[in-house]
Design a protein around this ligand. Structure first.
Ligand code: SF4
Length: 700
């Protein structure tokens, strides 16, 4: 594979949390030639279908090229003066919590940091949440409960050195394809590598599986409680490692009291799973949205972590629990405080010492003293008028939030809605009072952090068109305009992304003072040239340490330094199937589309994979209602309805149906799947239950 050429720019893919490195070269016709970066540690030159089609998606067809007020082009000064004035007036009249930002795991860490600093530090509310809430908030909560911090213990290399990989609620083959390719390559080298897939649906990832457990939707806690009980019954506990763990006895007793039969799995399949898991010390358990997007998501995460902690399978090569993130910078957002319940550098809003230290660091007396509203609650507050000024950045909640029709109504009723995006052609952008043209991937500079904590640069290989500007620059400009009137404008005197990176790298020193894990202090004084040439590297990045695994020393980030096992009990999904709504609706990604298709739909090659929205339904269920292949099916839930092409397949079990999440009011107005999903959330993490709505299905 050719190394990077002098006319190529090193950057990272803007899609999933694998965080693949890409090499970009202008094609001379306004586009880009894209290939995998052979020197990037996430992908070593590999790309998936989406990454390799990136060059086909950078045209200006639908680009937003100038700020708009109520659909009419204007200039930046007029637009940003209005945004600053409206937010200033709103918080003066109704208080800081009448304002909110809803941002995205697509933002670069520098963008995220400025948004977080402006809302929490100076507007004075923690009402900033992100679409990452829909992606991995349950993992954040689970990590914090077990480890004391939101720490991913392992690395991608663990997947290649394991003897067994368990995929839980994770269709890696389609959703994190380059990691899947790495596992396929590892299996070619080590034919003894075993793969177990735990998923109600027989996904593409099952092609590689030695064992597929099609458990009932939402029963993961019962399954891992069954495993924990069996670990104990077979004497497979690592008693020496339990010196580093609290709560083992209570967790085991709770597990033994739980009923694994709710999984619907046959006893022989359970025994095979227990044999394989317990008998293979070098096991990595990978989990993603099938675990997280649940009203018991945090408990599911902790049920997995319990099994790794009780066997000491954490912190060493080739084993450990491993959360893979959906978005390119879900991790970076967690690091710089993009969620409503955290401060930057993994510090805690409600901890008075952390609050005082961050106030001093930012030189503000306005830092929010309390948690903000999480995504679902935030849009409910927009709908009932508590939030009166809303800024949405690089995300499309009119399609992607649960109960999406209500979210649209909430935005329509809001006094003032600002949307920053690269296009005006989204369901959300159409609801904006002010539209701000942002720079797109390929045009902007900053950093992202992938699922194994590797920080990589995204770099510009093209000039942003017309009036488009980077998000950090737009946010800092509004911060200065508001601050000039309120006395804190200099807090946003950032001239480059490197200025911002240095600030939060320095801030990470505060985190370590309080025993936090996120530490990139060695980069706190990085100069602009070094930032420009920054190589991908895994945090922590200190003067004495770079990267590696966490918890190899058995020390955790809790007050007593011990991990915590939690006593858990299975809870059923919030909605119950019954006569009126007999089916359980699972939702997810398809291989060649990304989120609400604003970029991937620009590639005809990607759109050809699966060209229209569909509903997978079991042959016997279809036959019972007279539904034939390719007929249209009407799907109704208690909150919405949609029409989908029937795809009759035994990939789903009887009683379950599956529909992809990508289609929008723009591309398929009748098939916005999140209009069917109720706004039910995990009480611990606030993450919506996107995979367990109840629906009725009839031929249309
Ligand atoms: Fe991009 Fe993810 Fe594909 Fe890598 S695996 S090329 S990060 S979409």
């Amino acid at each position: 594979m050719k190394p990077c050429q002098s006319d190529e720019t090193r950057s990272t893919c803007p899609y999933c949390g694998v965080g693949c490195g890409v090499l970009l070269k202008p094609d001379g016709q306004g586009g880009l030639v894209v290939r995998g970066d052979p020197n990037h540690p996430a992908n070593f030159g590999r790309l998936c279908s989406k990454g390799s089609a990136l060059g086909e998606t950078v045209g200006l067809g639908d680009r937003l090229l100038a700020p708009q007020l109520n659909g009419t082009d204007t200039d930046w000064d007029t637009a940003l003066d209005l945004v600053a004035q409206k937010f200033t007036d709103t918080i003066a009249k109704h208080g800081p919590d009448s304002a909110a930002f809803y941002v995205s795991g697509q933002l670069l860490s520098e963008d995220y940091y400025v948004a977080n600093k402006l809302m929490k530090g100076f507007i004075g509310s923690a009402n900033i949440d992100t679409n990452s809430r829909l992606c991995m908030a349950s993992t954040v909560a689970g990590h914090k409960r077990a480890f004391g911090t939101d720490t991913v213990p392992g690395t991608y290399e663990d997947l290649e050195t394991a003897d067994q990989i368990v995929l839980v609620g994770s269709n890696l083959a389609w959703c994190h394809p380059v990691l899947y390719q790495r596992i396929v390559a590892a299996r070619d080298k080590n034919p003894n590598l075993k793969i177990i897939v735990i998923d109600p649906r027989r996904t593409a990832s099952c092609d590689l599986a030695d064992l597929h457990l099609p458990l009932r939707v939402g029963t993961d806690v019962a399954l891992f409680n069954g495993l924990l009980g069996e670990i104990s019954a077979r004497g497979a506990i690592d008693h020496q490692y339990l010196n580093h763990v609290n709560g083992a006895q209570a967790a085991i007793e709770a597990a033994q009291a739980d009923d694994v039969s709710v999984t619907g799995l046959e006893a022989s399949a359970l025994t095979q799973f227990y044999d394989m898991w317990i008998g293979t010390p070098k096991t990595v358990t990978v989990f993603s949205q099938g675990v997280n997007q649940s009203s018991s998501g945090a408990d599911k995460v902790n049920a997995i972590l319990n099994c790794h902690l009780v066997t000491g399978r954490i912190g060493t090569k080739g084993c450990g629990p491993f959360s893979v993130t959906g978005q390119p910078n879900a991790m970076g957002g967690r690091e710089v405080g993009g969620l409503a319940n955290m401060l930057a550098c993994h510090l805690d809003i409600e901890n008075p010492d952390h609050h005082a230290a961050v106030s001093s660091f930012w030189q503000t007396d306005r830092l929010s003293p309390k948690l903000g509203l999480k995504a679902v609650d935030m849009f409910q507050a927009v709908g009932d008028g508590r939030i009166k000024a809303l800024w949405i950045i690089h995300t499309n909640p009119a399609v992607s939030m649960p109960d999406a029709d209500k979210v649209v109504a909430a935005m329509k009723s809001c006094d003032f809605v600002v949307v920053s995006d690269i296009t005006a052609a989204t369901d959300t952008a159409r609801l904006a009072d002010v539209l701000l043209p942002a720079s797109a991937w390929g045009e902007k500079d900053g950093t992202v952090t992938n699922s194994d904590r590797t920080i990589s640069r995204q770099r510009a290989a093209m000039v942003a068109p017309e009036q488009a500007r980077p998000d950090w620059d737009i946010l800092a400009d509004v911060g200065r305009r508001m601050g000039d009137k309120m006395g804190w404008g200099s807090a946003f005197d950032f001239g480059t992304p490197a200025d911002i990176f240095r600030e939060y790298a320095q801030m990470s020193r505060l985190g370590t003072t309080f025993g936090k894990d996120f530490d990139i202090s060695a980069l706190g004084d990085i100069d602009n040239d070094a930032y420009d040439t920054l190589e991908p590297q895994r945090w922590p990045i200190t003067d004495t340490r770079q990267g590696g695994r966490f918890f190899a020393d058995g020390k955790f980030f809790t007050p007593d330094g011990k991990a915590r096992m939690l006593p858990l009990a299975y809870r059923a999904p919030a909605a119950k199937t019954g006569k009126r709504y007999p089916f359980r609706l699972n939702t997810g990604r398809i291989r060649d589309q990304w989120h609400t298709m604003t970029r991937t739909a620009l590639s005809s090659r990607l759109s050809a994979h699966l060209a229209e929205p569909f509903l997978e339904i079991h042959p016997e269920d279809a036959q019972a209602m007279g539904l034939e292949h390719s007929m249209l099916a009407q799907v109704k839930s208690p909150v919405g309805s949609g029409i989908f092409r029937a795809l009759i397949t035994d990939r789903v079990t009887r009683g379950d149906v599956f529909a992809p999440m990508h289609w929008t009011g723009e591309t398929a107005p009748c098939a916005r799947v999140d209009a069917l999903v109720p706004p039910v959330v995990d009480p611990v993490s606030g993450q919506p239950e996107s995979k367990a709505a109840v629906v009725q299905v009839t031929p249309f």
